[in-house]
Design a protein around this ligand. Structure first.
Ligand code: CP
Ligand code: NVA
Length: 329
């Protein structure tokens, strides 16, 4: 398997074998890190980390992984560079491509990261766009594999806004890996039909299935993984909170939902999560709407079934694998 020189923009561009290779490499790198065995095979290289939206996990994962691999990093924050304001993405790509061996981009439309990759001349890694979050997918798949020992046949139910980056990406990932993907939401929050049709083709090949349903009981019954995400994503206007709370509250992950799932089912969330009142936005929403949690109850989030911190840790090991594989030794 040779992924050297490839960009990592969406799992749509990767075969099942390539995804398995990246997961195996992630597991090996994780094991080595636990045993204090250094893997600094990319010594002397440098990567640029562009964040047009905020981040905790993705930024830290890229910085720690790059450091572990022996590389230097430059973090460009949402306001501290010329990108977009005084300089186009095409020009930025050609500048950074002369200085860095790889570039991470987190921001808005998928077309921006595609453009960056087209002109940079070095691998570009998507650290989240409105449409896709592929490095999160590798962490989620690794976590599921660690918990169940396999991916094929796993029934993953995504509850909430399934038409945004997380819903889209999980549908692609499941369809490629022979898993059963269920989007559970009001119909207007289903992924777009074009992507659903494409994923149905991949699911057919891999032995997976795609189901879109508004029925929580039908969706959650027999699930192996219950997954959710925030109801309002970065970059969306505050005005949408009102309709999201109204329309998505029936799709909150509660203890009752977890009871419908298999006894050994796990709960996953890409994080950050609104499960209590310990955040600024959580408090504001409580004051306005009287709700103490949103997409998941604190009970489920803090339960033994919740593997969200294993999942968060795996962001680092999987991002390390992506950089190691695409930059080569
Ligand atoms: N899950 C995730 O991407 O988290 P951050 O927004 O903190 O990077
Ligand atoms: N859908 C969320 C994911 C955060 C990791 C967002 O885009 O804000």
């Amino acid at each position: 398997m040779n992924l050297k020189g490839r960009s990592f923009l969406t799992l749509k561009d990767f075969t099942q074998e390539e995804i398995k290779y990246l997961l195996d490499l992630s597991a090996q790198l994780k094991e080595k890190k636990k045993r204090n065995i250094a893997v600094d095979t990319l010594r002397g290289k440098n990567v640029a980390l562009i964040f047009e939206k905020t981040s905790t996990r993705t930024r830290c994962a890229f910085e720690v992984a790059a450091h572990d691999l022996g590389m230097g990093t430059t973090y460009l924050d949402p306001s501290g560079s010329q990108i977009g304001k005084k300089e186009s993405i095409k020009d930025t790509a050609r500048v950074l491509g002369r200085m860095y061996e790889g570039i991470e981009y987190r921001g808005f439309g998928q077309e921006i990261v595609e453009e960056l990759s087209k002109y940079a001349g070095v691998p570009v890694w998507n650290g989240l766009t409105n449409e896709y979050h592929p490095t999160q997918m590798l962490a989620d798949l690794l976590t599921i594999q660690e918990q169940f020992g396999h991916l094929e046949g796993i029934r993953l139910v995504y509850m909430g806004d399934a038409r945004y980056n997380m819903g889209n990406s999980l549908m692609v990932a499941c369809s490629k890996m022979g898993m059963h993907f269920v989007a559970c939401a009001p119909e207007k929050y289903f992924p777009n039909q074009e992507l659903v049709s494409q994923c149905e083709v991949w699911a057919e090949e891999s032995g997976g299935t795609i189901t879109l349903t508004e029925n929580v009981t039908a969706a959650a019954t027999g699930a192996d993984v219950i997954y959710t995400d925030v109801w309002v994503s970065m970059g969306e206007p505050d005005e949408v909170w009102d309709e999201r709370i109204r329309e998505l509250t029936p799709y909150k992950v509660t203890g009752k939902v977890m009871e419908l799932a298999k006894p050994k089912a796990i709960f996953l969330h890409c994080l950050p999560a609104f499960h209590d009142l310990k955040t600024k936005i959580g408090k504001e929403i409580y004051e306005k709407y009287g709700v103490e949690d949103m997409e998941v109850t604190d009970e489920v989030f803090e339960s033994p079934q919740s593997k969200v911190f294993d999942e968060a840790e795996n962001r680092m090991h999987t991002i390390k694998a992506v950089m190691a594989a695409t930059l080569g030794a």
